[in-house]
Write a protein of this length. Structure first.
Length: 95
């Protein structure tokens, strides 16, 4: 399963860093998991409110903003873990 693959990879990279590996590719890993099929496109990516003219970040953009604001060597992954759907994949390509 793909879920198991990223969990094992994250644990392995974190473990190697904590055990003193000198390879800089092995850093502590923190990830956030989203299932894009359980929320609307606006909730996922964000949306512009036509009446108030305000932008509201979606869950994915909020997580990414949080991750890029942090300064550390830690790896930060945003994992889209759910059934593959052509519509949200196309929207992700647009983003």
């Amino acid at each position: 399963r793909k879920s198991t693959c990223y969990q094992i990879l994250a644990a392995l990279m974190t473990n190697l860093r904590e055990k003193g590996s000198e390879n800089q590719q092995f850093q502590r890993v923190r990830y956030r998991i989203l299932n894009p099929k359980c929320i609307t496109m606006g909730e996922l990516y964000g949306e512009f409110h036509p009446l108030t003219q305000e932008w509201h970040d979606g869950l994915a953009s909020s997580i990414m903003r949080e991750f890029v604001a942090e300064e550390s060597d830690e790896k930060r992954w945003t994992v889209f873990d759910g059934p593959i759907d052509a519509l949200w994949i196309e929207n992700m390509n647009t983003v």
